[in-house]
Ligand binder design. Structure first.
Ligand SMILES: [Zn+2]
Length: 253
């Protein structure tokens, strides 16, 4: 038995658990506008499609715009708008609940790492509106995950700019990350997820370590050539989870 805490209304008895929870490993998640990209050496690259979540917000955005264009301040319209907002929120919540439940179940006993969103300087190139939605979704995902699994918060500094193989800071452009020093060419989100994984484990990037982590995974090149990121994605990450097609993925096998 641990501490006893007594106040006016109740007594709290705390227990110390002697049982250590065995963890299988760590998965670091890079939050992106339309996907959640995870990496661990045991699972490889896990990409979860968030398009549906964005679609939910988009649908209600269009509905609201239509209504607002009627340019009326009538009470009825205000209440419909409020109803839309509630529905949008509920649908997004529902999606994130299912998503985080699935992640927690499929990657049971893993510690999940998420970036500290307060420090994350997001998408300079994207519209303010999308940025706001992305932030809202990630906050929800991170917070729901923390109820269902063990989570840690990571520092996002340089996670997208650092080369996960040699450590050089590059300025990535587009979907592919190319390192000007070691020649690594890799999906940009995967590079970020590997960097976050290294941080979780207290490791620094090195050529040997990269080789070790990526031993069983493909989808990148070391010569600056275009990486074949699409064709073997299913093979490389059998856990590819697109909540939309998740079921059908399993039905066909
Ligand atoms: Zn490099």
């Amino acid at each position: 038995m641990g501490e006893l805490i007594l106040n006016e209304h109740y007594l709290t008895i705390t227990f110390r658990s002697r049982e250590k929870i065995k963890t299988k490993g760590s998965i670091a998640w890079d939050c992106n506008e339309k996907s959640l990209d995870g990496f661990s050496p045991e699972t490889g690259w896990i990409r979860i499609d968030l398009t549906l979540l964005f679609h939910i917000h988009r649908v209600y955005e269009i509905k609201r715009k239509k209504l607002q264009s009627l340019a009326s301040k009538k009470h009825s319209i205000r209440s419909i708008l409020a109803k839309y907002s509630r529905r949008e929120k509920n649908r997004a919540k529902d999606f994130v609940h299912k998503l985080t439940k699935e992640i927690s179940r499929d990657f049971k006993n893993y510690v999940h790492g998420f970036e500290d969103l307060r420090k994350k300087n997001m998408f300079n190139y994207s519209k303010e509106h999308n940025r706001r939605i992305a932030k809202m979704n990630w906050k929800m995902i991170t917070s729901f995950m923390s109820y269902k699994s063990r989570t840690v918060i990571l520092n996002p500094k340089n996670s997208t700019r650092r080369c996960s193989r040699c450590g050089k800071i590059n300025a990535p452009k587009g979907a592919s990350y190319a390192c000007s020093r070691c020649g690594l060419r890799i999906n940009r989100q995967l590079n970020a997820a590997v960097n976050l994984y290294l941080q979780m484990e207290g490791l620094s990037p090195s050529l040997r370590l990269f080789e070790e982590l990526m031993k069983t995974w493909s989808g990148f090149t070391l010569t600056g050539e275009e990486a074949d990121e699409g064709s073997d994605e299913l093979e490389r990450s059998p856990r590819l989870m697109n909540p939309k097609s998740y079921e059908s993925l399993f039905k066909t096998t």
